[in-house]
Design a binder for this molecule. Sequence first.
Ligand code: AMP
Ligand code: ZN
Length: 136
Amino acid sequence: MTENCIFCKIASGEIPSATLYEDADFRVILDVGPASKGHMLILPKQHFANICEMPEELTGKAFILAKHMAEKMEKALGCDGINVLQNNHEAAGQTVFHFHIHLIPRMANDKVGITWKPGKLTDEDRDEIVKKITEE
Ligand code: AMP
Ligand code: ZN
């Protein structure tokens, strides 16, 4: 538990939450500022700030749980689609610095704005990124 981390307190049960699922490693809760009705958050019980800090095995478990909750979401809520989203660092929109996965139910033609304006992959960018990533 990291002091003053709201998600540590929620995940441990110290702060009550609308809990949808719980096991030894995770708690799944309803987001209090939902992008859409049924927006869920998967919280590990141990504190890790972001995906790069997470141990591999727990990261794998988190995404397997995301799949299970997505299946449940589709069946129980009858949504048309689901966004699985995970923000890392402030620049990417992370506001709570305790790893979490968002599951956002979507309906056809809803006005939930998880989108971007597509750019263009130039040959220069492609070559640069392929080189940088595959050289590591
Ligand atoms: P992120 O921007 O990826 O860090 O997402 C943080 C999310 O946590 C936002 O969607 C908030 O609405 C949500 N959130 C913040 N505080 C709480 C809380 N006490 N209980 C449930 N969700 C929260
Ligand atoms: Zn925490």
